[in-house]
Design a protein around this ligand. Structure first.
Ligand code: FAD
Length: 418
C-alpha cells in the first residue's frame, strides 16, 4: 500500500471480535463525524467462529442470535443439573452476523480500511503513530484500540489453554431437544492433567453444535480431537449413519493468570483477548468484549476518552489464579470443582460471578461452594509463587501468539465437513 499516512481520531488495529463489537457499538450510539480507521490484513467476513455467552435478553444482539436457552444442563458423572438461568439466557451467535453488522457500521461511519499488518506503535502522549510491519508509517491517530494477539506482561504462573473441536451436525430426523442446551457434560474421559467436557448447543431438533473441549496445558492432535468427539457423539447415543458433519470448528483460547496489559501507553487501549477480556478460569470472552465495546462507544459519544473499565475486578483475577493453580496441581478434580459451583449456587450467581459482577458477599458464597482444604493449599502456593516471581525472572509461556501472526490455523471454522 503506497498511499500516504492519514490522520484519524480513532484507529482500530485488529479487526476481529473486539473491534467488530466496537464498530457496531459506535454505530448504535449514533457516533458520527469521527474519523475512524481499521487496520487488519484480514477482512473478517462470514463464519469463522461461534460465540456462546450469557446475557439479559432485550439488546441489539437479539435478532442476530442463532439460538438462545433460558435453561441449560450441567452433567456430571453421576448427576444431571438443570439450571434455570432467568433473568439471563445462554445464547449462540455465529460470527457472520457480527462481522456483517460491523461492515454496515463501518460504511455508516465512513471508516477507512487499511489491509495491512500493523507493527510498531509509537505513542507520544498526544497522538499514536502506527507503522506497518515493514516500518512504513500507516497512520496517526488520537486514540488507538489495539486487539492484535499479544502476550501477557509476564508469563502466567499457570498457562493452560481452552482448546476444542466442534462438529455442526445435521440429522435426518429429530434427535436434538432445542429447549435443552448442555453447557458442560463431564462424562467424557478425563485427561491426566486438565479437565474435559462435551457440550451440545441445538439450533433446532435436527441441527446442533456438538463440541469436545479441554482445559489443559497442551493441544491434542487432530485425530485425538476427532476420537474424543466420536466418543462424545456415541455417549449421546447419536447414530452416525443418520448424521452429517456440515462444518468443523476448532479453537484455542488462553487460560492464564499472566496479566494482559490493558493500557500500555496513554493513548493506546488494548481490547479483546489482548486486553484481558478472556476470563482465565473459563476462556469465556464475548460478554466482556461486548460490555467494553459499549463502554468505549458511550465514552466517545459523550466526548470522553475511549477507555473502558477493566474487564474483571482484580479480586476475581486473583480467585481465577487460585482456581487454575488448584486444577493444574490436581488439588481439585475438575468435574467436581465446576459441578459444585453450579450445584451449590443459583446459576445466575455463577454467571454474574464469571462476568465479574458479583458482590464480595456473593463471591464468598461462590468460594464456599468449592472444597476448602485444597483451595487453601492453592491460595498459599499462589502467594508463595508471587513472592518467588519477584525474585526470579520467568520464562515466556509457550503458547503465546506473537503479534505479527495474523491468523491461526488452529482456530476458526472450516466448512469442509468430515
Ligand atoms: C473458534 C473460537 C471460538 C470461540 N468461542 C467463544 C465462545 O463461544 N465464547 C466466548 O466467550 N469466547 C469464545 N472465543 C474466544 C474469543 O471470544 C474470540 O477469540 C474473539 O474473537 C476474541 O476477539 P479479539 O478481537 O480479541 O481477537 P480476534 O477476533 O482473533 O481478532 C484479532 C484480529 O487481529 C488481527 N491481527 C493480527 N495481527 C495483526 C496485525 N499485526 N495487524 C493488524 N491486525 C492484526 C487478526 O487478523 C484478527 O482479525 C472463541 C475463540 C475461537 C478462536
Amino acid at each position: 500500500m503506497d498511499s500516504p499516512p492519514v490522520d484519524v481520531d480513532l484507529a482500530l488495529v485488529g479487526g476481529g471480535g473486539a473491534a467488530s463489537l466496537v464498530l457496531a457499538a459506535l454505530d448504535r450510539h449514533r457516533v458520527r463525524d469521527l474519523r475512524v480507521a481499521v487496520v487488519d490484513p484480514v477482512h473478517r467476513r462470514g463464519q469463522d467462529r461461534t460465540w456462546a455467552f450469557w446475557d439479559e435478553p432485550g439488546n441489539d444482539l437479539d435478532d442476530l442470535l442463532s439460538a438462545s436457552w433460558s435453561r441449560v444442563e450441567v452433567v456430571g458423572p453421576d448427576a444431571r443439573h438443570a439450571l434455570d438461568l432467568a433473568p439471563l439466557r445462554y445464547a449462540m451467535l455465529r460470527s457472520g452476523p457480527i462481522y456483517q453488522r460491523a461492515a454496515e457500521a463501518e460504511r455508516r461511519l465512513d471508516a477507512l480500511r487499511i489491509p495491512a499488518a500493523a507493527g510498531r506503535v509509537d505513542d507520544d502522549g498526544d497522538r499514536v503513530l502506527v507503522h506497518a510491519v515493514d516500518g512504513r508509517l500507516l497512520l496517526r491517530a488520537r486514540w488507538l484500540l489495539d486487539s492484535r494477539p499479544t502476550a501477557p506482561r509476564r508469563p502466567g504462573r499457570t498457562n493452560w489453554l481452552q482448546h476444542f473441536r466442534g462438529w455442526w451436525l445435521t440429522a435426518d430426523r429429530p434427535v436434538f431437544d432445542p429447549d435443552r442446551a448442555v453447557l458442560m457434560d463431564f462424562r467424557t474421559p478425563q485427561p491426566t492433567r486438565g479437565v474435559s467436557f462435551g457440550y451440545v448447543l441445538p439450533v433446532d431438533s435436527r441441527y446442533a453444535l456438538v463440541e469436545y473441549t479441554e482445559f489443559s496445558p497442551g493441544l491434542l492432535t487432530g485425530a485425538a480431537y476427532d476420537a474424543a468427539l466420536t466418543g462424545y457423539r456415541d455417549l449421546l447415543g447419536l447414530d452416525p449413519a443418520r448424521l452429517t458433519v456440515s462444518e468443523v470448528e476448532n479453537g484455542v483460547i488462553p487460560m492464564t493468570d499472566g496479566p494482559f496489559v490493558a493500557r500500555p501507553s496513554p493513548r493506546v487501549v488494548r481490547l479483546g483477548t489482548a486486553g484481558g477480556a478472556t476470563r482465565p478460569s473459563t476462556g469465556f470472552t464475548f460478554s466482556a468484549m461486548y460490555r467494553q465495546a459499549d463502554q468505549v462507544a458511550r465514552a466517545v459519544a459523550s466526548g470522553r476518552p475511549p477507555v473502558p473499565a477493566p474487564a474483571y475486578p482484580r479480586r476475581h483475577r486473583w480467585m481465577d489464579a487460585v482456581a487454575l493453580r488448584a486444577l493444574d496441581a490436581n488439588l481439585v478434580d475438575g468435574p467436581d470443582f465446576f459441578g459444585r459451583l453450579f450445584a451449590r449456587n443459583p446459576a445466575p450467581r455463577v454467571l454474574r460471578f464469571l462476568d465479574g459482577h458479583t458482590s464480595v458477599v456473593e463471591d464468598l458464597a461462590v468460594m464456599r461452594s468449592t472444597r476448602l482444604r485444597p483451595m487453601v493449599t492453592a491460595t498459599v502456593a499462589d502467594a508463595a509463587a508471587r513472592i518467588r516471581d519477584r525474585i526470579t525472572p520467568a520464562r515466556r509461556p509457550a503458547w503465546v501468539v506473537p503479534p505479527a501472526v495474523v491468523d491461526s490455523e488452529s482456530s476458526g471454522t472450516d466448512g469442509s465437513g468430515q
